[in-house]
Design a protein around this ligand. Structure first.
Ligand code: THU
Length: 130
């Protein structure tokens, strides 16, 4: 793994996971993005009564980061719960890939499971508008 400060990124993901708005699934997700400039921007999943309007934690983090002026990212930590960590859904993989697939993705749970991927592994051949 790279020189990313993973403990700081994981702490941010865990903190924001507590803010997840999940009245329908009770499935809390926290995501913390490390920007190229060294800042951490976090996001949680925000569900909606329509279900379809729900926003995943990873996209909340990306959209918040972009709104704050960031477009280059080095890593993202995603926290779920359970024996196996959840990985970003397909839509979130594509949204992350919009800003580059050279991104480390750490998926973990407070129960101790942990996996690290490159986004290029999780979403090979990402769609690009040419
Ligand atoms: N969810 C995420 O936040 N990230 C993902 O990559 C997959 C799913 C959320 C959406 C919904 O609030 C809950 O997990 C169950 O699907």
């Amino acid at each position: 793994m790279s020189d990313v400060d993973w403990p700081a990124l994981k702490a941010a993901a865990l903190a924001v996971q507590e803010r997840a708005y999940v009245p329908y699934s009770d499935y809390r997700v926290g995501a913390a993005l490390l920007t190229a400039s060294g800042e951490i921007v976090a996001g949680c999943n925000v569900e909606n009564a329509t279900f379809g309007a729900t926003c995943c934690a990873e996209r909340t983090a990306v959209f918040s980061a972009v709104a704050a002026g960031h477009r280059e990212f080095r890593a993202v930590a995603v926290v779920t719960h359970g024996a196996e960590p959840g990985t970003p859904c397909g839509i979130c993989r594509q949204v992350l890939a919009e800003f580059g697939s050279d991104l480390e993705v750490l998926c973990f749970t407070p129960e101790g499971a942990e996996e690290v991927y490159w986004l290029s592994e999780l979403l090979p051949h990402a769609f690009k508008l040419k």
